[in-house]
Design a protein around this ligand. Structure first.
Ligand code: HEM
Length: 212
């Protein structure tokens, strides 16, 4: 009996590498939209709040897409998708930085004391800060030089993305619980739960097969 033909990857690594500039522009679309809205003086009645909230949401969306790359590679049998992961992760961090900078500048007037007080007074700020602190080493060590230097430790360090994502959902939940609006955090939380389950199941299968 002839074995069933294995599904050939649709995209080659080189193709997806060539498409990276397109992904770059796509990830910039939210920021370009804000610039356009600012130019048109249409950044809502409260532009600062709009920008803080919108950047937080995009940071979370892109973080979840980054986490989705690994299961998508396996599910779609398209290993080349990996070449997009680093850029997506860095864009999530870029929007996190904008989000944090918006809060620091517009809500706390760049005063370190006021920022510290806010962290002590509003738990969601503290949780967002811890999530950002967990994402920082991932962004710093995302270069080829760091990947080489850290060897096996790089993969271990980058597991931090999971607690960072959980903290981000918690942060989101706390923000919206103040407004009695739980729907979005539940939907995003469920997406993260599916991604974590797929990761856990994969880990289990590899352990059973004694794979590294
Ligand atoms: C230093 C770190 C952070 C600070 C100071 C911070 C601060 C804030 C503030 C002030 C708001 C608006 C709350 C309101 O409208 O009442 C907010 C909302 C939000 N933040 Fe953060 N945040 C941080 C980190 C993060 C991170 C790491 C993520 C996700 C990757 C994130 C995602 C969100 C989301 C999704 C919202 C809600 C947006 C909405 O309601 O539509 N934040 N954050």
């Amino acid at each position: 009996m002839t074995p069933a033909p294995s599904r050939r990857p649709l995209w080659r690594t080189s193709t997806l590498q060539r498409l990276r500039p397109l992904l770059f522009v796509l990830c910039l679309v939210p920021a370009l939209r804000w610039l356009w809205l600012a130019w048109q003086a249409q950044l809502t009645a409260n532009p600062q709040e709009f920008l803080i909230r919108s950047s937080g949401l995009w940071a979370l969306i892109i973080l979840l897409v980054t986490l989705g790359i690994t299961p998508a590679r396996r599910l779609l049998k398209q290993p080349a998708l990996l070449v997009w992961r680093r850029m997506l992760g860095l864009f999530s961090f870029f929007y996190t930085l904008l989000h944090m900078a918006g809060w620091a500048l517009w809500e706390r007037g760049l005063s370190v004391t006021a920022m510290g007080q806010d962290m002590m007074q509003r738990p969601f700020i503290l949780i967002g800060t811890v999530a950002t602190a967990a994402l920082l080493p991932l962004a710093i060590t995302s270069t080829n030089g760091w990947i080489k230097r850290l060897g096996k430790g790089w993969k271990q360090l980058h597991q931090l993305i999971y607690p960072a994502a959980l903290l981000s959902i918690w942060h989101f939940w706390l923000v919206r619980s103040g407004k009695n609006d739980y729907m979005d955090p539940i939907v995003y939380g469920l997406i993260l739960a599916v991604l974590l389950l797929s990761r856990w199941q994969r880990g289990n299968t590899r352990r059973k097969k004694n794979l590294p």
